[in-house]
Design a binder for this molecule. Structure first.
Ligand code: SAH
Length: 250
């Protein structure tokens, strides 16, 4: 374990995830942006080029963050154990999704990271996060900007978020509102739940595959908002299995 992964680091559970980054310089700059604010957990999902000399040069004194970065082929494996997933976005999207401004998001992330892994997703330079990625998130996070130009450089967006985390840390702890033993299930279980839910609703013929509309999307939003713990999750899976059994008999 290297120094920057010391268990004393208050941000060890705070993971910055860069998805399909094109410019290696942005990866290096993001590492530097993180390290100056005390963050060290960088994840790269299918980066175009990594490792890369430009990334190393722009990381400057944050080369340890680059060296410790994990590289994953897809988002699933990168965020499977995430208890809170935040997606940063330069634009507002067509289907309203729970949203926080960057200051509120950092305070929440800081609080949740005291209990377990939090992932903050940053999108491609060209097109941001795609809809499927945005729908994995509990909240979308927007950095306020001028009305006529809202797209920050990727590493600068990482800098603003990391700075807000630092400020949240300096300002102390947000109040805990959940029971002390509350542990939401991770992203991998939530994805399993959504697949099971879709299957059960198809078998029940509630979901019409020729007219799915936005049913699954709305249910996804509902259950992500609820953030079930493992007991609640097991109950939901049990109900879905019972629905499937019942539907098969009809
Ligand atoms: N052209 C893209 C913007 C990509 S900028 C688009 O229209 O979506 C690269 C990444 O930086 C974004 O995916 C997001 O993660 C982050 N970012 C840029 N501007 C931001 C803002 N105003 N608020 C939050 N994140 C932002």
């Amino acid at each position: 374990m290297s120094d920057n992964q010391s268990p004393l680091n208050e941000f060890n559970h705070l993971n910055i995830v860069l998805i399909e980054t094109s410019h290696p310089g942005n990866i290096g700059s993001a590492a530097r942006a993180m390290k100056v604010m005390g963050l060290n957990q960088l994840h790269l999902v299918a980066p175009k080029t990594f490792p890369n000399a430009q990334a190393t040069a722009l990381a400057s004194g944050a080369q340890d963050v680059l060296a410790n970065a994990t590289v994953s082929p897809d988002l699933d494996s990168a965020i499977a154990d995430g208890r809170l997933i935040l997606g940063t976005s330069a634009r507002l999207r067509s289907l309203a999704w729970p949203q926080l401004d960057v200051r509120e998001a950092a305070a929440l992330a800081r609080k949740e990271a005291q209990k377990g892994p939090v992932y903050v997703l940053f999108g491609r330079e060209s097109s941001g996060l795609n809809n499927e990625e945005l729908r994995r998130c509990h909240y979308l996070v927007h950095i306020p900007t001028a009305d006529d130009y809202s797209s920050l450089n990727l590493s600068q967006a990482v800098q603003v978020f990391s700075y807000e985390l630092r400020m949240a840390l300096l300002q102390g702890h947000a109040p805990m509102v959940e029971p002390a033993d509350y542990e939401p299930v991770g992203d991998d279980k939530m994805e399993g739940l959504f697949q099971h839910l879709e299957q059960a609703l198809l078998e029940l013929r509630f979901l019409d595959p020729s007219h799915p509309k936005r049913l699954m999307l709305r249910l996804r939003r509902l259950f992500l908002r609820a953030r079930p713990d493992v007991n609640e999750y097991n109950i939901l899976r049990g109900i879905l299995s019972a629905i499937e059994k019942f539907a098969a008999k009809q």
